[in-house]
Design a protein around this ligand. Structure first.
Ligand code: ES4
Ligand code: ZN
Length: 326
């Protein structure tokens, strides 16, 4: 069918992707064996069966458990390379990916080990596939501000490889203001700020992230649409939103894919994009998310083209680089 072919053929960027969320069950078991790590699963089927989530926190618990198998530079390389090979097949040509260093340094894995494995795979994908990339380091919002400052200190030694800072993990109880100071410091150091807000949290969190953290892109932002004035502000300023339909559905942020706010955001004139978030855990890579939008929302083929174009427009590539991708 036409939409399917269109999705497969359009060059696309992915702007909301946690590299640790691409860890497939088969690789998880393989790395557990390679590294002598104990997991509560005996087979790929058992891992897959555990992936039933009632909310964001349910998922986060398994996400942090799963990444316990990632220990060496090679592990981070293999993880990142597998994702890039997979999305090259989806005609992805640019990716801005998140990583969660605190989830690794807390387990005794060095910041440099994590970064070296990821960046080597990104460099190889540029050479092999022509895929361009930017790396965004996320602060874990359930951890203290002081630990975010420690992560920022590490990032400052690697400005050549880290483009931006983000904010992820549990939104409830950890509002943007908790990170106002570390974001200010990060901006002063030249990092571009983004944040997960309005996923389980309210429009107020989205507004606070814009005003207090000065974010240049909203990750998720579903609940921004609850507030008409905020929606208008985002449309007027063309602040990008990185939405993740399958993730929202699997974490029960929406009752069904037909309740995804992607179409509403398009119709409101927002610079909205479609992304996979944690494809292994949620059961869908980039094109699966585009297909979900086509199958469950009343979108036209023109909307699909707009979403793919938005993915570059909303990226942090320069205008010249954006043109080269279209
Ligand atoms: C995440 Cl879906 C989602 N939300 C918040 N934090 C995250 N980390 C990885 N995936
Ligand atoms: Zn996310």
């Amino acid at each position: 069918n036409l939409s399917q072919a269109l999705i497969d053929h359009l060059p696309k960027a992915e702007l909301h992707l946690h590299i640790e969320g691409t860890l497939e069950p088969a690789m998880m078991l393989e790395l557990a064996k390679r590294n002598g790590v104990e997991l509560p699963y005996a087979s790929v089927e058992e891992v897959a069966k555990a992936y039933e989530f009632d909310c964001l926190q349910d998922f986060l618990d398994l996400y942090y458990q799963g990444m316990s198998v990632l220990l060496t530079e090679r592990d981070f390389y293999d993880l990142t390379w597998a994702y890039l090979v997979r999305v090259h097949a989806d005609r992805l040509t640019h990716v801005e990916l998140f990583f969660d260093p605190q989830a690794h340094t807390d387990r005794g894995v060095a910041f440099e080990t994590v970064l070296a494995g990821i960046t080597q795979a990104l460099e190889d994908a540029k050479k092999e596939f022509g895929i361009t990339s930017k790396l965004i380091m996320c602060f874990l919002r359930h951890l203290p501000e002081e630990e975010a400052f420690e992560a920022l200190e590490c990032a400052c030694k690697h400005k050549d490889h880290i483009f931006g800072v983000g904010l992820d993990s549990s939104e409830q109880g950890h509002p943007p203001e908790k990170f106002a100071r570390v974001f200010e410091a990060a901006r002063k150091e030249g990092f571009t700020p983004v944040a997960h807000v309005g996923e389980e949290g309210t429009a107020e969190n989205v507004r606070d992230a814009l005003d207090l953290l000065k974010i240049e892109r909203v990750d998720h932002g579903n609940h921004a649409l609850d507030d008409a004035a905020l929606t208008k502000r985002l449309a007027d300023q063309q602040t990008p939103l990185t939405m993740c339909p399958i993730s929202n559905w699997r974490l029960k942020g929406i009752p069904s894919l037909s309740a995804s706010p992607v179409k509403k955001a398009l119709d409101a004139g927002l610079l909205v994009t479609v992304n996979s978030d944690d494809p292994s855990y949620f059961g869908g890579y980039l094109n699966d998310n585009y297909r979900a939008v086509v199958e469950h929302l009343d979108v036209t083929e023109q909307d699909v083209v707009t979403l793919a174009k938005n993915s570059f427009a909303a990226s942090f590539l320069s205008d010249g680089e954006k043109q080269a991708h279209l």
